[in-house]
Write a protein that binds this ligand. Structure first.
Ligand SMILES: NC(=O)c1ccc[n+]([C@@H]2O[C@H](COP(=O)([O-])OP(=O)(O)OC[C@H]3O[C@@H](n4cnc5c(N)ncnc54)[C@H](O)[C@@H]3O)[C@@H](O)[C@H]2O)c1
Length: 259
């Protein structure tokens, strides 16, 4: 349970895209936000747009795959803003490689950022927030955790791993007062032009809700999972995809099966 008037949230990969939207939503909900990103300039610009004097949002350069940087940044945030009450593991990369052409380094990079990063950050958070303080973690997974696609074996494996890491963290950190959940966004257009018109059209046919996701769809769900309104949801992954995973486009039941 988060009780401070201005709880502190640390968001990874918050320099743009979903992370920027999550940081903005939490800031509007009275959180002090540690805006962290491997791209320091992007983090600085987001933090400044939220809090010109740095009192309620501060930027930190953080490569989530580096254990040393994670330890340093968590210590700096605790010093500058206060002990983090909430952690959002959002940083992630989604390059395209077919299995047969995938360089080993590409596999390692995706797993290091998308899966080892949340492990390192959650470990640092857990060590700081053992009971009686407690806290909340939300991991940003993907529908790719549940549905394979060509060119994304490393990405899908990393996100499926993140869903199970979420459950494992909930099991291990629950007794210490830390609640852990995930969100699994479908396709989200984070910036104008981020999704090609052709790809959008293909996806739209598979989304019963009839539109591509918006960053605020995901940010609002993350915000919900951080509040006490979700206090009894633990170790779960909430899919935010307009119904994409619920079926196959134009698939009808067999008209011959009448009995
Ligand atoms: N956009 C989508 O359609 C979508 C769908 C499902 C899941 N997701 C997930 O949402 C998260 C955010 O995606 P996005 O679309 O906003 O991506 P994005 O590329 O727009 O932003 C990702 C941010 O992460 C940062 N980053 C990259 N490597 C990092 C590292 N090693 N350490 C710290 N920060 C790093 C980047 O600098 C960037 O600011 C990712 O985990 C992604 O897998 C996105």
């Amino acid at each position: 349970m988060i009780e401070r008037a201005h709880p502190v949230a640390l968001v990874t990969g918050a320099g743009r895209g979903l992370g920027r939207a999550i940081a903005g939503t939490l800031h509007a909900s009275r959180y002090k936000v540690a805006v962290t990103d491997i791209d320091e300039g992007a983090a600085v610009s987001v933090a400044r747009s939220l809090s010109a004097d740095g009192s309620t949002a501060r930027a930190y350069r953080l490569d989530v795959s580096s254990a040393r940087q994670v330890a340093d940044v968590f210590a700096s945030v605790a010093h500058d803003l206060g002990l983090p009450d909430a952690l959002v593991n959002n940083a992630g990369v989604y390059p395209n490689h077919s299995i047969l052409d995938m360089p080993e380094a590409a596999w390692d990079r995706v797993l290091d950022i998308n899966l080892k990063g949340p492990f390192l950050c959650s470990q640092a958070f857990g060590r700081m927030r053992l009971a009686p303080t407690g806290g909340v973690i939300v991991n940003v997974a993907s529908t790719a955790a549940f549905s394979a696609r060509v060119g994304a074996a490393h990405y899908s494996a990393s996100k499926a791993g993140l869903v199970m890491l979420t459950r494992s963290l909930a099991q291990e950190l629950g007794p210490h007062g830390i609640r852990v959940n995930a969100v699994a966004p479908g396709l989200v257009e984070v910036d104008e032009g981020h999704v090609s018109a052709e790809y959008k059209e293909m996806f739209l046919r598979m989304i019963p809700r009839g539109r591509i996701g918006r960053p605020e769809d995901v940010a609002r769900t993350v915000g919900f999972l951080l509040t006490d309104a979700s206090d009894y949801i633990n170790g779960e992954c909430i899919v935010v995809d307009g119904g994409f995973l619920t079926g196959r486009p134009l698939l009808r039941s067999n008209p011959g099966a009448e009995s």
